[in-house]
Design a protein. Structure first.
Ligand SMILES: Cc1cc2nc3c(=O)[nH]c(=O)nc-3n(C[C@H](O)[C@H](O)[C@H](O)COP(=O)(O)OP(=O)(O)OC[C@H]3O[C@@H](n4cnc5c(N)ncnc54)[C@H](O)[C@@H]3O)c2cc1C
Ligand code: SF4
Ligand code: SF4
Lengths: 436, 149
């Protein structure tokens, strides 16, 4: 069996492990455009800011590839897939045959056309190790930077530059930062903390023109008419599934590559996983890209199992983010900001002065979302309750208590999680007797 | 693999499992030194919950899951599952992003805020049986060959 994986990031790792658990013999080829072995993509802001060194960028030990007998092709770009001849074409002209193909190409940064942009030098995106290295390289010459976009990637870029003591202004079109993951109070807390640490945050505005003579940037003009002087611009509006190389193939691409619950695409020998895929959403069941690290791993695992002949099913993508800014921890998951709140039951607790906030969102007596700011300890219990669709009717009163835990839930749930019964050979009867 | 299971009815809420864990993960492995004299007291990897003034209590700890959500969420690769099935955190590699805290449905990962490192049960690599299990005076914790679910 010839397995070919395009992309060498977390979805690929999930798939490689899943394949090797089931098939020790098959050939696995991994093709990546980047020059690095797998690294923690979300760590590029830590690298930029000097919080970690290059060694710690490695997501896995280098022998991961040899241990799993991977044929690794770095700095190779796939430009087309021929599903009839079952081969992928590389930029250099070579072709590689596959029996089962996984597309795990992630996302490409989206760069909107902005007046004045084409001839400027110091315009960056921020999604790769290379991007971070380039920014770090010119950092001594940066006097003032503007980051376009106040989503996760934009804020991370701003944080990295701030750690290098560079004055940064973030410009966000929505009324708050992190608008996709957070509700208003949480977004406000984060913005407040950023401002207190010297990052300027401008909301409900956007850059319409990049100013300057020749290749040099002198500043940006905003829609409101304001001018902000700067010499460097980071464009972080968002990422789009990296699927353009599939044009003209029979693989269905909507916003991302459309996949079923086993990560199979419209072509039966081709699978997709991670940021490039458009799989079922946990709540709606509708196809929806879910560009987060944990889901990329999970989807890769399911795809790898399917490619090696075992059917596992994806339960649906559940949005989840853990972001820490200037020592304020924030975790959000599921539905955090419902469009029609009347259909949901929402409970909140806030102490904005101390950067503490908690929000619980329920629908039909089931927990569907949570936002935690400040004290995020044991937040995963909530994600478990969401995933398991536990009926919260008896426990709803305790959901906001700071020490919320398993004792607030039923004994049945606790036993199913922690008790030996049903999990060890003799049901733990001897031990139980000893306890009484 | 061997896992730690909890017998809720036998738990008396004494927190000695936590004392045992803290001691085992201290520099001196001596409870008094660990609690009083060491510069940084470790954080317990097991968590005793109490309700109604201790009428019910329960010690919770990592399940060393077959498909660990913590590992899948970890952005740095600090969390790995070894050949024996034990899920451990490499503190050196951890960046303190708390993605694992967000993902673990058992609430089994602690935040060490001082060190900005995540903390979890390692099943005590230097011992025959985990310190929490040995410390429990009423055998409410059992260390047995068994499954996660
Ligand atoms: C700055 C930053 C911070 C982030 N922080 C977080 C966070 O805290 N938590 C979180 O959950 N997520 C975070 N993310 C998102 C997370 O990194 C992604 O969800 C995750 O990396 C997706 O993994 P993937 O395997 O799908 O693809 P990717 O990691 O995007 O990797 C895809 C790889 O495929 C390669 N490739 C693409 N096209 C081709 C081609 N045609 N030929 C060959 N190779 C190709 C790419 O070059 C890339 O190396 C962050 C992202 C960024 C940029
Ligand atoms: S920390 Fe949580 S998710 Fe990770 S192995 Fe332990 S119980 Fe499972
Ligand atoms: S806190 Fe550390 S161990 Fe947990 S997900 Fe982040 S890097 Fe991994």
């Amino acid at each position: 069996m010839n397995y070919v994986i395009v992309g060498n990031s977390v979805a690929a790792v999930g798939a490689i492990r899943a394949i090797r658990e089931r098939d020790q013999q098959g050939n696995i080829t991994v093709i990546s455009r980047e020059k690095h072995n797998i690294y923690g993509r979300p760590l590029i802001s830590y690298l930029l800011g000097g919080l970690i060194n290059e060694k710690r960028m490695a997501y896995l030990p280098n022998d991961f590839y040899s241990q799993n007998r991977i044929n690794l092709l770095l700095e190779s770009e796939v430009v087309a897939v021929d599903t009839t001849a079952k081969k992928v074409k590389l930029a250099g002209g070579d072709a590689i045959l596959y029996d089962k193909l996984l597309l795990a190409t992630g996302g490409d940064p989206f760069i909107p056309p902005i007046e004045g942009m084409p001839d400027k030098d110091r315009i960056f995106t921020f999604t790769t190790w290379e991007d971070a290295a380039k920014l770090k390289g010119i950092a001594p010459d940066i006097n003032r930077a503007v980051v376009i976009g106040g989503g996760l990637i934009g804020l991370k870029a701003a944080e990295g530059l701030n750690l290098l003591d560079k004055p940064v202004t973030v410009i966000e079109l929505a009324d708050r930062v992190l608008s996709s993951a957070f509700d208003r109070p949480a977004g406000k807390i984060v913005a407040r903390k950023m401002r207190a640490n010297g990052i300027d945050v401008i909301t409900e505005d956007t850059v319409v023109r990049i100013e300057g003579d020749g290749a040099e940037i002198s500043g940006v003009t905003l829609k409101s008419g304001d001018f902000i002087s700067c010499d460097t611009v980071v464009v972080a509006i968002g990422v789009r599934p990296a699927a353009t190389f599939l044009k003209g193939s029979d693989i269905e691409v909507n916003r991302g590559i459309v996949v079923d619950a086993t990560m199979q695409t419209s072509n039966r020998d081709v699978y997709a996983a991670g940021d490039v895929a458009e799989a079922d959403d946990f709540f709606s069941g509708q196809k929806n890209p879910m560009p987060i690290w944990p889901d990329a791993y999970i989807q890769g695992d399911i795809a790898g199992a399917a490619m090696a002949g075992e059917k596992k099913e994806y339960v649906g993508g559940l949005a989840m983010n853990s972001i820490e800014f200037f020592k304020v921890s924030t975790i959000s998951m599921g539905v955090t900001n419902p469009r029609d709140p009347a259909e949901y039951e929402i409970h909140t607790y806030q102490d904005i002065q101390n950067y503490q906030y908690r929000k619980i969102v329920m629908q039909n007596d089931r927990l569907v979302g949570a936002v935690l700011v400040g004290n995020v300890d044991r937040a995963g219990i909530f994600s478990g309750l969401i995933r398991e669709k536990v009926d919260m009717t008896p426990f709803r009163e305790s959901l906001l208590t700071p020490d919320f835990g398993f004792l607030h839930l039923s004994r049945e749930i606790r036993n199913s999680l922690f008790a030996p019964q049903g999990k060890v050979a003799d049901n733990g009867r001897t031990e139980q007797a000893a306890g009484h | 693999m061997k896992r730690i299971y909890t017998l809720e009815d036998a738990c008396i809420g004494c927190h000695l499992c936590e004392v045992g864990c803290i001691t085992e993960h201290s520099l001196s492995k001596d409870p008094v030194k660990a609690f009083l004299h060491e510069p940084e007291r470790p954080i317990s990897r097991c968590t005793v919950e109490e309700l109604h003034g201790g009428i019910i209590s329960l010690s919770t700890t990592c399940r060393h899951c077959d498909e660990p959500d913590c590992l899948r969420a970890c952005i740095s690769g600090a969390i790995q599952k070894n050949a024996d099935g034990i899920v451990r955190i490499d503190a050196e590699q951890c960046v303190g992003c708390w993605s694992c805290v967000m993902a673990c449905p058992y609430g089994a990962i602690q935040r060490n805020l001082k060190k900005k490192k995540a903390n979890k049960c390692d099943l005590c690599p230097d011992r025959q049986s985990p310190a929490c299990v040995d410390a429990c005076p009423n055998r409410a914790l059992v260390y047995r060959e068994g499954s996660q679910k």
